[in-house]
Design a protein around this ligand. Structure first.
Ligand code: FMN
Ligand code: SF4
Length: 491
């Protein structure tokens, strides 16, 4: 049933029983696998090592990159950053996918507090890896089978190295340019400028290897620069138009890293499908109250040539034809580590991180957030089936809340995914899946309820963190500021 505020959504927080959850999934006709009983110890599908192509990852838990907007002005980690990485280690996950987005140059930072890869930050970044490994050893008893990567990024259209947005765009976007207030003559990055950024990635790869990271993630997701290349259909020159040109960035970055840092593994986090940008429905919004999300008007933009993994005739639908080509290319390039995600937190957050409560720049859920979880899980299942040799990490499980372990176990058991990635849940409850392996009871009071404060805070210039459930943030001065920001928005 749908009302003025969007669909009626049954809260999972009040549903403690797995059977009831399974019935609920059935009533929504969603294909989400879910085991009734959890298996503990070595027999748990979560505990099985992942072996492929000579690489061994000690279990099936992954931690997604989760940035905190809490680095220092010069791109070094702060105490809060260090604490977050310690908690990543405490998760017991044997795959640390990138830690958090680290900009390859200052002007490519997504916010003035994002970490930067540079000579003056090497010591700080090394410390992040060290504290994580130390904490991991204390939790699991050993760092055997632990793979730690660093996510390398340039924020492209969403660059904000100082207090205001300073977009670096690859092409004119009929909807996003307007949203960002870009005039028609706003400059597009030239091929020469792109070449300079590619060199930054090479340098950053070499530095990551010197710091001891096992791999780097060449980020291709969430609307940032790597992702924007894939949808640069309308761009002229070497990096736009054909599939070969749109993936040239990936090929050139990979070749240069391989030569600058021989032996360093490379992974790619990919938004495997996208949709047209969404906005709060203006007819169902009122002051202080966001309406449910609706697609931006796009009738004038068909065929839609500004997306990747999008049906050009109906950009509210995914189309995996090009993502399949992209994964074939990864195999050709001998890139085996793939982390699949979708959409962007800036223009369609319900696709990327399904949530019950919207962030301050979002909209009320246009669908039951479980549909968002199912959409990503189904995409992963399909791609995993086609590419059995890749090591595939899945995303967007956090909304499953208390049932995340049951779904994770079932997805692994059925071979739908190789490793289950934790995003928001790691902020509130890092050990949620480790507790299953260790035979501990799930701590319901730590389960992320998708309140979105970890996104609303940074959208308003505050550090990210789990303000509702993590006492470190709950008791902070920033929590008071966040409260004031939210009250002002409601007024
Ligand atoms: C506070 C916050 C920070 C994030 N930082 C990053 C990041 O640095 N790099 C990245 O690829 N994704 C980032 N994400 C996206 C998550 O990794 C993940 O894809 C998303 O939250 C969905 O997974 P979940 O349902 O487990 O939360 C971030 C998400 C949040 C909420
Ligand atoms: S603030 Fe905490 S409870 Fe809310 S979405 Fe983020 S991690 Fe989850």
């Amino acid at each position: 049933m749908s009302g003025k505020n969007g669909p009626e959504i049954t809260r999972l927080g009040s549903m403690r029983d797995v059977q009831r959850f399974q019935e609920h999934l059935q009533s929504l006709q969603l294909s989400i696998p879910c085991d009734r009983e959890l298996v503990h110890g070595e027999e748990s599908p979560l505990a099985r090592p992942l072996l492929r192509g000579g690489l061994k990852i000690g279990n099936r838990i992954a931690i997604h990159p989760m940035e905190g907007w809490d680095g220092t002005a010069d791109g070094n980690p702060s105490d809060s950053t260090i604490r977050r990485w310690q908690r990543f280690g405490r998760s017991g996950a044997k795959l640390i996918w990138g830690g958090e987005a680290v900009a390859v140059r200052n002007e490519g930072r997504a916010n003035p507090n994002q970490l930067v890869m540079a000579e003056h930050t090497l010591k700080g970044l090394a410390r992040l890896r060290e504290v994580l490994i130390e904490e991991h050893r204390q939790t699991t008893g050993s760092d055997e089978g632990l793979l730690v990567g660093l996510q390398l990024t340039h924020s492209g259209r969403y660059s904000r190295p100082r207090q205001r947005l300073e977009p670096r765009i690859l092409y004119r976007h009929p909807i996003l340019d307007k949203r960002l207030g870009l005039p028609p003559d706003y400059p597009v990055l030239s091929d020469e400028e792109v070449a300079g950024i590619i060199e930054d990635f090479h340098r950053a790869g070499r530095m990551a290897q010197e710091l001891g990271f096992d791999f780097v993630d060449v980020k291709h997701c969430h609307g940032y620069l790597g992702h924007e290349f894939l949808s640069a259909h309308t761009r002229e020159g070497r990096y736009g138009g054909s599939f070969a040109n749109r993936t040239r960035f990936l090929r050139e970055v990979t070749a240069g890293i391989r030569s600058a840092a021989p032996g360093l593994l490379i992974g790619v986090r990919l938004s495997a499908f996208d949709m047209v940008p969404f906005r709060p429905d203006p007819d169902r919004s009122s002051p202080g109250k966001l309406g449910p999300g609706v697609p931006e008007p796009h009738e004038q933009c068909i065929p839609y040539r500004w997306g990747f993994g999008v049906n050009p005739q109906d950009p509210t639908q995914a189309d995996l034809a090009e993502p399949v080509r992209f994964l074939s290319l990864l195999e050709e390039l001998d890139i085996r580590l793939v982390n699949l995600t979708a959409g962007s937190p800036y223009y369609n957050p319900h696709i990327q991180r399904p949530a019950l409560y919207p962030p301050s720049d979002g909209y009320q859920p246009p669908e039951d957030p479980l549909a968002g979880v199912a959409r990503q899980m189904e995409m992963v299942r399909e791609l995993k089936q086609r590419f059995p040799e890749l090591m595939v990490v899945g995303s967007a499980y956090t909304y499953l809340q208390d049932f995340l372990p049951h779904v994770a176990q079932a997805a692994l058991r059925e071979g739908r995914v190789d490793s289950v990635g934790l995003g928001r849940m790691v902020l509130s409850y890092p050990a949620v899946l480790w507790d299953v392996i260790a035979g501990q009871t799930i701590q319901h009071k730590l389960v992320c309820r998708t309140f979105s404060d970890c996104t609303t805070a940074p959208r308003n210039g505050l550090p990210s963190g789990c303000y509702p459930l993590d006492s470190y943030y709950k008791a902070s001065e920033a929590a008071e500021q966040l409260k004031a920001v939210k009250a002002k928005r409601r007024a």
